[in-house]
Design a protein around this ligand. Structure first.
Ligand code: PMT
Length: 403
């Protein structure tokens, strides 16, 4: 394993999400990575994600007294064997070229003037090809910096042109070369982690027009999907009925009933790293599904015989080790005895984690949630917040447990 140290500066571009994978590749080689975000980079990736992946504090601004007391920016520049800026925006290139130091990254760039610098540009093709930007990159190259050529392809602006940031594997390869790590002990993983999420309310048919279901809206599951996508993960959604529109860029497997959901889950479990079951699955289904609409024949009660549905998350969690996702995570929606019931489900279903949520306070379909993520030896509490905020925290927490 290498004992090298990399300072990774991240600029404000959609490509910032790829930096998460870059950190993973370096960590797999035993390289220490400290990340620095510009203000606009935080629009695309969170400090928590990078902190969870790098295991190091993330720096965000120059005037953070607490962070400066722990390690000043000058010490930070001295600490590193190499400075990588990925993505490098047109603005950062311009500042570096003319020596402007008006934020943490540009100050670090000047302070790190005796170590190799690798720049991975990412921007709209017109901005990249503008004479001003080209001149800036020429200057930076003349200073001996390594500029990774941008790739062509679809850009965030919708154009198909040059300007995409190089893939993390290519950036890492350049860093290995520059740092003299010619033969990484294990090849960097080109595959992003895959998260499979069950979401929504299953519908168990009684006849062609009626079914048994519940009030899950899909909000919690979709919030987790968005948080995972933001971190560069691949997302599969095993989707029952949801009143919400699913996020783009997920692979969707429509699965209306518990049985269909189980089939799909078993088909893709093997290619899943983290399996999260947020779906509200009907525990029972009618024994017989009528092929024609049920007719009311006489007054009085109607008796519907129900049989038990398979337990999807428990079946996935009990797969043999070579087929089982690395982490299997359930949700426990309870109206009383929250933590006890959640712990019982954790053990009974052989889960790694269970997210306990009190649905008497934060009902199905609402915007807010409060979660305790419980494992055999640990408990992490996330106070009441929007499902989006809670989802970000859950994904960061799970990522910190998988590496
Ligand atoms: O969709 P929203 O409106 O945003 O609401 C979110 C939610 C409240 C539905 C979600 O946060 C949640 O708690 N989901 C689990 C709901 C539930 O029914 O839990 P349960 O206690 O019945 O089941 C425990 C776990 O086993 C869950 O992970 C469930 O997906 C899973 N399960 C249950 C039964 C079954 N047959 N198969 C399963 O996989």
């Amino acid at each position: 394993m290498s004992s090298k140290k990399i300072l990774l500066g991240i600029g404000g571009s959609i490509a910032a999400y790829k930096s998460a994978n870059l950190v993973r590749i370096f960590k797999k080689q035993g390289i220490s990575v400290r990340c620095v975000l510009t203000k606009s980079a935080e629009e695309f990736i969170t400090a928590q994600t990078l902190q969870a992946l790098s295991g190091e504090p993330v720096r965000r601004n120059l005037f953070d007294q607490q962070a400066e007391a722990a390690m000043s920016h000058i010490e930070l520049a001295r600490w590193a064997d190499c400075l990588i800026i990925a993505p490098t925006t047109a603005n950062l290139a311009a500042k570096f070229a003319s020596g402007i130091a008006d934020d943490l990254i540009s100050t670090l760039y000047l302070a790190a003037n005796d170590i190799p610098v690798i720049l991975a540009p990412a921007m709209n093709s017109k901005m990249l090809l503008h004479p001003a930007t080209q001149e800036n990159f020429r200057k930076l190259q003349q200073r001996g910096h390594y500029i990774l050529e941008s790739a062509s392809g679809e850009l965030a602006c919708g154009e198909n042109a040059i300007g995409r940031m190089q893939e993390p594997e290519k950036i890492a390869q350049k860093a290995f070369e520059v740092l003299g790590i010619s033969q990484p002990l294990t090849p960097p993983s080109p595959k992003p982690l895959t998260v499979t999420i069950t979401v929504g309310a299953t519908r168990e048919n009684i006849d062609p027009v009626r079914f048994i279901s519940n009030r899950s809206s899909g909000k919690m599951g979709f919030a987790l999907a968005r948080a995972a996508l933001k971190r560069g993960l691949k997302v599969n959604l095993i989707k029952a009925y949801c009143e919400q529109i699913p996020p783009e860029n997920c692979q969707i497997f429509p699965s209306e009933t518990a049985e269909k959901m189980l089939d799909t889950a078993l088909n893709i479990a093997n290619d899943t790293d983290i399996f999260i079951a947020t779906a509200a699955v009907a525990d029972y289904r009618p024994k017989k599904v009528l092929s024609q609409k049920h007719k009311k024949e006489r007054d009085g009660a109607l008796h519907l015989e129900l049989i038990e549905n398979p337990d999807i998350v428990a079946t996935v969690a009990q797969l043999p080790a070579d087929k089982r996702p690395k982490l299997v995570v359930g949700f426990a929606a309870e109206t009383e005895n929250l933590k006890n019931y959640a712990q019982e489900k954790l053990a009974k279903k052989n889960l790694d984690f269970i997210c306990a949520n009190d649905v008497s306070q934060f009902p199905f379909g609402g915007e807010l949630n409060e979660i305790s993520v419980i494992s055999k030896n640990d408990e992490k509490n996330f106070n009441a917040a929007t499902k989006t905020d809670i989802a970000e925290k859950i994904i960061d927490y799970l990522l910190s447990k998988i590496n």
